[in-house]
Ligand binder design. Structure first.
Ligand SMILES: Cc1cc2nc3c(=O)[nH]c(=O)nc-3n(C[C@H](O)[C@H](O)[C@H](O)COP(=O)(O)OP(=O)(O)OC[C@H]3O[C@@H](n4cnc5c(N)ncnc54)[C@H](O)[C@@H]3O)c2cc1C
Length: 454
């Protein structure tokens, strides 16, 4: 079987490469190989009754399948070079922003047209933050919400499914250089292609490592972000979230001069479990529809850890901390802020009496037994700093879930075309280590499609 292009992974990177390739040349023969299921068959077995916690499915329905890790996400498409990846280092700032706007246009014409775009331009909160030693990062963000994000994916699939061959439940095992292209092995069978786009995201990181080793592609890995997810009454943050939806705020701690930042803010949202390679961490999302809103807002507070030689396994470090919380709590641990600063464990009784009703059934416990002191001190300082711009953040009943880990894929050596040292072998999206977000991953997909079609 010979294809012009084979795409590995049907997350935003893979979907937007496919979309742009076929838009620019309808005659191209394209196949997409995806480990997970089609969108409508993606079901996490946790139902809160029979299955209460993660049973570690071989292919996680939350992370894999059409739509990738973003399918059930909050669908926040941030248009910025300030965070979400370093695509601009390869393709330039203007090009990166232009592509993110183009992706936004596609989302709008595929069901996202009525959703809102928020922006930090001209906001008074920049000054308020600076007056309190906090820095608000610049961005425009389209909030699709989990519900509309799903609809957009449905429409994109509908448009692509007759023009492109989709192979679901088809993990790619190996890639070999072949005559004038590549041989992709899936299910023991070989498929030939002229060009190959690898877009395997976070869940494909271990596999990506083996591919890079076998093909001699250079990689580096030195960063992991570790922290907690904060949940509090939505009114505490509503003055910020109503205007900006998501505010990315950075604080430099006094004690260690570490940067702590807010990440993935979900107004009126829910806190959820996330399974990465069998390790349970915490995340959050929210819905666009009013009927699905909760009374809480959640966001992560993360501390970036950069390692230098000789230590190389930054993700291994993050995994060990997450494993520790899994060992103590059987999964995610939740603690009241008041209990944390008093040095005591949150138990069922204290949690029941809390004025903040948790949206995730996590195990009450003590995060100080899990998180390294330096990270925990930074988080506590940041909670007090945020309390100055959003009074109530440092209330005793504010809930902290741990641990939230933001793993970074190792960075793969690719050039300004997002092409590896092998001609026609492109590595894009989160799997390349260059992007860490929906908009950057999608933009990288459009970019390589344009490089291929000329
Ligand atoms: C709960 C959650 C919420 C999030 N919320 C947001 C948000 O609001 N905004 C934001 O910007 N980002 C968010 N993110 C991050 C965002 O989802 C990712 O940055 C984005 O999905 C990356 O896209 P990608 O295409 O590079 O990879 P992915 O979306 O991870 O897709 C990769 C695909 O490749 C498949 N794959 C892996 N290995 C193989 C293989 N060997 N063979 C075949 N297929 C393979 C996987 O099954 C997967 O479907 C969230 C992530 C999670 C988990």
């Amino acid at each position: 079987m010979k294809y012009d292009v084979i795409i590995i992974g049907a997350g935003p990177g893979g979907i937007f490469s496919a979309y742009e390739l076929i838009r620019r040349n309808e005659k191209l023969k394209i196949a997409v190989f995806e480990s997970g299921y089609p969108l409508e068959k993606r079901r996490c077995p946790i139902d809160g009754k029979k299955v209460k916690s993660c049973i570690k499915c071989p292919v996680c329905a939350i992370m894999s399948g059409f739509g990738g890790a973003g399918a059930f996400s909050d669908g926040k498409y941030n248009i910025t070079n300030d965070f979400g990846g370093t695509l601009y280092e390869h393709i330039g700032r203007e090009e990166a922003l232009g592509l993110m706007r183009y992706v936004d246009e596609i989302n709008r014409t595929h069901g996202g047209g009525d959703t809102k775009m928020y922006s930090t331009a001209g906001t008074q909160f920049k000054k308020v933050c600076l007056q309190n030693k906090l820095k608000l990062l610049d961005a425009s963000v389209r909030h699709l919400g989990t519900d509309i994000n799903y609809i957009v994916l449905e429409k994109l699939y509908e448009e692509l499914k007759d023009k492109i061959e989709f192979h679901f439940q088809s993990s790619v095992e190996e890639i070999r250089a072949a005559d004038q292209g590549y041989r992709v092995i899936s299910g023991g069978q070989g498929y030939e292609c002229g060009k190959c786009i690898i877009s395997v995201g976070r869940s494909g990181s271990k596999w990506m490592e083996t591919v890079c080793k076998s093909l001699g592609i250079e990689t580096k890995s030195n960063r992991v972000d570790i922290g907690v997810r904060v949940e509090l009454p939505a009114v505490v943050f509503s003055h910020l979230t109503d205007e900006l939806y998501e505010s990315k705020i950075v604080y430099r701690t006094e004690k260690f001069e570490d940067n702590v930042r807010t990440f993935c803010m979900n107004p009126y949202g829910i806190v959820v479990n996330e399974n990465t390679n069998g390790i349970i961490t915490v995340n959050g999302h929210s819905y666009e529809g009013e009927d699905k809103r909760t009374e809480n807002t959640n966001f992560a507070l993360l501390v970036a850890k950069h390692f230098s030689e000789p230590f190389k396994d930054s993700n291994g470090y993050g995994e060990s901390i997450a494993r520790l919380s899994n060992m103590l709590g059987g999964g995610v641990i939740v603690q009241r802020f008041g209990d944390l600063v008093r040095g005591r464990r949150t138990n069922e009784k204290r949690l029941e009496e809390s004025t903040v009703v948790p949206t995730l059934a996590a195990t009450p416990g003590d995060l100080s037994l899990v998180l390294p002191k330096r990270i925990l001190d930074g988080i506590i300082e940041m909670v007090y700093a945020l309390d100055k711009i959003a009074p109530g953040t440092a209330n005793d009943d504010t809930l902290l879930y741990g641990v939230e880990v933001k793993f970074y894929n190792m960075e793969v050596e690719i050039d300004e075309n997002l092409e590896s040292r092998y001609q026609g072998l492109y590595i894009i999206g989160d799997g390349s280590g260059v992007t860490h977000s929906l908009s950057h991953a999608s933009a990288s997909g459009v970019y390589v499609a344009r490089r291929i079609t000329g």
